[in-house]
Design a protein around this ligand. Structure first.
Ligand code: PMP
Length: 465
């Protein structure tokens, strides 16, 4: 049920008019706003947000796009950023700054086997840096040949043209081609949607999709593979058993660098500091963004092993042999200052453990309800990253229409709960509801999420013939 604070509709009316006149919203068809106002969020506290009409919602989307991990209204972070901005707000990433150094040290402590941190300000950029690192290594070591980057169907790596070129979601790519050459796709690892029928060794078979792609493209042309640890926006696809170990073995066999995109999974979202740490693997490159500073400031990191970094160590020479990359805002100190405080909170409040425990609790609640539900086909996830796939029929697994997932999300909003769902259009992917609540989630909040969501699903299911 929605809660109401003081009605502020009037106060924000002028801002909404200005928004409607001049703001171009992300991922939005604006003709909708000719008939209705966009939702305007005006306040956040803990795990709740308030809209301009005074309605309050439990935000199980961590800010709409899975990033406000420690919750809203953290004055400690605001104060740490404020202190740092007064001291030194910026200096280009060509120089050292104290917060940048401290954060890199802190991150590497938590990522055994990794060594260097390269700063920028978005997940897409972090991935772009990784692609450039791979390409430059190809030129330095392999005469430019081993430059291709393989990516997986249903993964997302960002909004820039190169990141989209590495993205396996047609609904994101449609109408943005032609794409950057040198990227090639291989098959997904969603066991619920197995491309091999019902098999015992799905994880092994799905990983073979990578080997097949390496052989198809030519092992001497493939420099790296980029994968999300758990495919997030593509439908919360948890890797099947044995999958990651086999992926790592294939990378080693063909000397292909393993780039893991932890833009969503990093910093506790899956119940470990980094999602890949569930699987006993060692990546060569890890990219981070959303949870690094819980989005109190824009910061992303491209983290590499010492071996990758050493490829760029040469005597200074006329030849531009170093990593010739720069992003202006990678020199902002607000990001590292916010991130250090964010990590302190994660540690002090045991939020990584909470993510693991509450994630299990929520998964169990939802799986119990799945048994009685006509349309909950699959419930999957790790930590506080959970997907609920809706189907017309549990046997045929035919996905529900997009409008059904929209109705469920809309009903949840009416009941005071914000949930996410996979991208619009292109029928195959729009039937998964996503839960990505704050890592501070309490048992009461988890109960509220499960009860509200299942009620909404049942109400919508009851209307289906
Ligand atoms: N990688 C993944 C896995 C993501 O989910 C996202 C953002 N949704 C990105 C990369 C891109 O991050 P950004 O939007 O900050 O560029």
């Amino acid at each position: 049920m929605t809660q109401t604070i003081s009605p502020q509709t009037v106060e924000f009316a002028s801002a909404i008019e200005k928004d409607k006149s001049h703001v171009w919203h992300h991922l939005s068809q604006h003709s909708v706003y000719e008939k209705q106002d966009p939702m305007m969020i005006v306040k956040g506290e803990g795990s709740r947000v308030w809209d301009a009409k005074g309605n309050s919602y439990l935000d199980a989307t961590a800010g709409g796009v899975w990033c406000v991990n420690v919750g809203y209204g953290r004055t400690e972070i605001a104060e740490a950023v404020s202190r740092q901005l007064v001291e030194l707000n910026f200096f280009a990433g060509t120089a050292a700054t104290a917060p940048g150094a401290e954060l890199a040290h802190k991150l590497i402590e938590k990522m055994p086997g990794m060594s260097r941190v390269y700063y920028a300000s978005s997940g897409s950029e972090a991935n772009e840096k990784a692609f450039k690192i791979v390409r430059q290594i190809a030129h330095k070591k392999y005469g430019g040949k081993k430059h291709k980057i393989l990516y997986r169907e249903r993964d997302y790596h960002g909004s820039t043209i190169a990141a989209l070129s590495a993205t396996g979601q047609e609904e994101r790519r449609d109408q943005y081609g032609p794409f950057v050459p040198g990227f090639a796709e291989f098959g997904h690892c969603c066991e619920y949607r197995s491309q091999f029928g019902e098999v015992e060794n799905y994880g092994y078979l799905a990983a073979q999709e990578l080997e097949k792609a390496i052989l198809r493209e030519g092992a001497d042309t493939v420099g790296a593979v980029v994968l999300e640890t758990i495919t997030a926006g593509g439908g919360v696809i948890t890797p099947p058993e044995g999958y990651w170990q086999e992926i790592q073995a294939i990378c080693k066999k063909y000397q292909v660098l393993l780039h893991i995109d932890e833009v969503v999974c990093g910093l506790g979202r899956t119940g470990k500091w980094f999602g890949y740490q569930h699987y006993g693997i060692q990546p060569d490159i890890v990219t981070l963004a959303k949870g690094v500073a819980s989005s109190y400031a824009a910061i992303s990191c491209t983290v590499t092993t010492e071996a990758v970094f050493q490829e760029f160590m040469d005597e200074p020479s006329e030849r531009a042999n170093y990593f010739r990359d720069i992003s202006t805002f990678g020199g902002c100190t607000a990001g590292p200052a916010a991130a250090l405080e964010n990590i302190r909170i994660l540690e002090q409040e045991n939020l990584i453990e909470n993510s693991a425990t509450m994630g299990e609790y929520l998964l169990t609640l939802l799986r119990e309800q799945q048994l009685d539900s006509r349309i909950i086909g699959d419930v999957r996830g790790k930590g506080l990253l959970i997907g609920i796939e809706l189907v017309k029929d549990k046997v045929s697994k035919e996905p529900v229409e997009e409008s059904i997932a929209m109705q469920v999300a809309g009903l949840c909003m009416k009941k005071g709960l914000m949930i996410g769902r996979t991208n619009r259009s292109f029928g195959r992917y729009n039937n998964t509801l996503c839960l990505c609540p704050m890592l501070t989630l309490t048992k009461d909040e988890a109960d509220f999420i499960a009860v509200t969501l299942v009620d909404a699903i049942n109400e919508v299911a009851a209307q289906l013939s």
